[in-house]
Write a protein that binds this ligand. Sequence first.
Ligand SMILES: Nc1ncnc2c1ncn2[C@@H]1O[C@H](COP(=O)(O)OP(=O)(O)O)[C@@H](O)[C@H]1O
Ligand SMILES: [Mg+2]
Length: 274
Amino acid sequence: MTRPAIAVDGVSKSFRLPHEQHLSLKQRFLHPGRRTTYEEHEALRDVSVVVEEGEFFGIVGSNGSGKSTLLKIVGGIYRADSGTVRVHGALSPFIELGVGFNPDLNARDNIRINGTLLGLTRRELERKFDDIVGFAELERFVDQRLRNYSSGMQLRLAYSIAIQVPFDILLLDEVLAVGDQGFQQKCFGTFDRFRAEGKTVVFVSHDLASVERFCDRALLLANGAAGALDAAADVIAAYRGELPQDASSPGVAERRHEPQPAASASADALREPA
Ligand SMILES: Nc1ncnc2c1ncn2[C@@H]1O[C@H](COP(=O)(O)OP(=O)(O)O)[C@@H](O)[C@H]1O
Ligand SMILES: [Mg+2]
């Protein structure tokens, strides 16, 4: 009898979108405080989903549909406005490229900081350091500041850290987005291993072929609301059916437009209104 690894119940989350008013100088002088107005934007609307222990679970949907927001709420990075999230098991998050990295520090220090935040002790960190750098194939660059890393290098490092932390549940947000073919194959190898080990994996990706290949079930998000929730192949068929014809090839058209911010965790947190 399995219990759910993740239970999301009625979760909603809004952000404030700023709109700058273009006023004349005279208007600005007369109304000094009135330059920016805000609009509430509902990134997630009453989303409920249960991920079973040992399940490989996909989340798909177009840019801005709320996938990363949902993962950040499950990962405890954002708080939901309403609804509940319950997580059973140790969680390791790979959440959007660059989140959690300090671009002014080298890889060595970023590994230490990230590993510590994810719960590794100093001894564990020492023991795993070479594996982290080795899996990412960044031995030569370990003393270079992350500012000078390509997005693919940052992605390899972030994934490598995420999978070296002991976890029951792995959250993966666009881990295939900017890696090269070789790294993708390496990721697929680890996915097979996690499946065999009975880990729970939540996999957000525009690479629909990979979602179909690895995921048992999937959820389609559209404008912040839960759509199809079913066997991965059926959800992807539903999603492809909604896409314009020329964009329905496996994720390529969309992936090109996916923003790849090199933002640090603090910069990301700043985007969220208090
Ligand atoms: N920190 C934030 N501040 C303001 N708006 C945000 C923030 N994070 C996400 N959003 C908005 O929420 C919506 C969903 O974003 P996101 O979850 O990143 O979508 P996806 O990952 O599916 O592309 C978007 O409209 C986005 O602009
Ligand atoms: Mg996203």
